[in-house]
Design a protein. Structure first.
Length: 292
């Protein structure tokens, strides 16, 4: 019955693994719910900022404010890549790294010099392995990112952009659509993109604001705030997407472990039945030999 004992040992091992993956699934579900609440809470403020900037925007202001000025050609760019510190999240990090590689290749093919900043051990480990130069990295952000974390990432890039040392800043993050949909996305945060087509052309109404002290003074404060908020939204969406991807991966692992256990139990039962049948046949054969 050596094979039977071996099968029973494998069944116990897979059962223990299923307990672990089931626990990780429940933990990820709990964390995802809190992270999702942060994403939902961040969206109205970001939408209001975008609406105000859209209402204030004009080509004349875009020429006066460096953060609004669109470059004729991108010669110096910065890419911020957001990944996780931990694995066991399916293809979550691989998809983000693939998106960042595609963006870096686009800049390289266009002849731009690209500065790479990475958040998370997974992205850092990959680009160190392939030998890509990394300007800076952060692995100390938790799964509850703050506005302060966003400012630490982007404030010096805002300064470099205003001084003309950078022509574009992009951030690669995971867009949280739902627990099952967390696609990688690229967002250009600098220069601040111009508003979409005028609402009047779409048949809508444009708000007429009374500005105090002036559009220039308001934009001077709002534009850096808008950039920081864009990075903060990317951080919270990536944190929520990570937990969603981990929940899905652990659920799949738990289901697969259950399937393996069923197969092993059927195999064990068949082996046990075959052994019992063989023992009965030997007893019957022995009894017949004695009677003969």
């Amino acid at each position: 019955m050596a094979k039977g004992r071996e099968l029973k040992g494998r069944i116990r091992t897979v059962e223990n693994t299923r307990k672990i993956t089931r626990t990780m699934e429940m933990v990820a579900t709990s964390k995802m719910k809190r992270a999702q609440d942060r994403v939902i809470a961040a969206r109205p403020y970001a939408n209001s900022l975008a609406e105000v900037i859209s209402s204030l925007y004009s080509p004349e202001l875009a020429e006066r404010f460096r953060l609004l000025r669109q470059p004729a050609k991108i010669e110096n760019a910065a890419v911020i890549l957001l990944t996780s510190n931990r694995g066991l999240a399916g293809g979550f990090n691989a998809n983000l790294i693939r998106e960042a590689r595609k963006l870096l290749k686009q800049h390289d093919d266009a002849g731009a010099k690209t500065m790479l900043r990475i958040v998370g051990r997974k992205g850092l480990g990959y680009f160190r392995y392939v030998g890509r130069e990394i300007e800076s990295s952060r692995t100390d952000f938790t799964d509850r990112p703050t506005v302060g974390n966003a400012a630490e990432l982007v404030d010096d890039l805002i300064g470099k952009f205003e001084r003309g040392e950078l022509d574009a800043v992009d951030i690669v993050y995971a867009k949280f659509n739902s627990a099952l949909s967390t696609p990688p996305a690229t967002l250009r945060i600098l220069p601040v993109p111009p508003p979409a087509e005028d609402a009047a052309k779409k048949g809508g109404l444009r708000h007429d604001y009374l500005l105090f002290p002036s559009a220039d003074a308001i934009l001077e404060q709002l534009l850096p705030l808008y950039v920081r908020n864009s990075v903060y939204r990317a951080l919270v969406e990536t944190a929520a997407a990570e937990q969603g991807a981990r929940r899905t991966a652990m659920k799949n692992a738990t289901d697969n472990a259950g399937d393996i256990i069923n197969v092993l139990r059927r195999t064990y039962n068949r082996a046990r039945q075959a052994q019992i049948t063989q023992e009965i046949a030997e007893i019957v054969g022995g009894s017949a030999a004695l009677e003969g």
